[in-house]
Design a protein around this ligand. Sequence first.
Ligand SMILES: N[C@@H](CCC(=O)N[C@@H](CS)C(=O)NCC(=O)O)C(=O)O
Length: 317
Amino acid sequence: MTTEFVKNEVDEAGRFRRQKTRFITPFGDGPNDLPVEKDRYRLIVSYACPWAHRQLIALKLLGLENVISVGVVDPVRPTNVARTDWSFSLDQDAVDPVLGVHYLSELYLKTDPTYQGRFTVPAVIDLQTGKVVNNDFLGLLRHWETQWTRFHKPDAPDLYPEKDQAAIDELNDLIFTDINNGVYKAGFATSQSAYEEAYDTLFDRLDILEKRLSQSRYLFGDHITDSDIRLYVTLVRFDVAYYNGFRTNRNRLVDFPNLWAYARDLYQQPAFRETTHFDHIKKHYHLSAIDNPRQIVPKGPDESILLQPHGRATRHY
Ligand SMILES: N[C@@H](CCC(=O)N[C@@H](CS)C(=O)NCC(=O)O)C(=O)O
């Protein structure tokens, strides 16, 4: 498996340009919205995928994990089919127990037999039809936060507080464009200049956030918000996958004092730790996402250092 699968998403200068999201119908109470109903949907994720990981963190923080069911694909892409796909080979008989399919592509093609895009996670399936109704990797998080409030647990955090919404949106743009997607732009670039452009921007933005996190525990003060979830999913993959796999190697996460302590702070909270599966992350990136002809998965780094004290809860900023 190689980066071949993104070949349609590279421009003439070798820059990675992500495909447009196909299924974006929002959740809500409007006539054309997806109805907000318990036990109606199944969210298909890969634990390796940062865009899917952010959904799992939000579901747990908000108490939605018993409202929306979750199916997990094998982090290693199937090699017994000619297409690039995700399989349910971790499940008994390699079949998703709820949807009864072997591959994610079956769900996309059942929804639209002419579908031409990549078969991506996260994908929300309507259990009434077995079809993909939303694979909006950017918008889904906001839906759980703002449209699913009637099912939030009583002490759920407000991940998108009204007073900070404009600032959160602005910071999220930077986090998405230059950090979350920035690592992919570096990793999937097909020219030296496109790679270096992505690399320089990525580290410039990380330097800005490093400074910002010297002044507050989280990105917006002392409460976790949507932006923290978005940043965490890239940070926690940084030294394990991106640093060598995507050549984002100016320095490691552990070399940034504040970003590293901040990542430990988040990791030590159940919604983050319990959804972080390093075995899936390492296998996916090193076996399926990057060229690795000998298919050897790096043994390190030592992930237990994420449990070292972070000191951020008691620090004065
Ligand atoms: N839906 C978005 C982002 C989600 C995404 O790229 N997910 C990755 C895993 S992190 C995926 O499922 N890729 C499948 C593929 O490229 O075939 C996209 O279309 O680019």
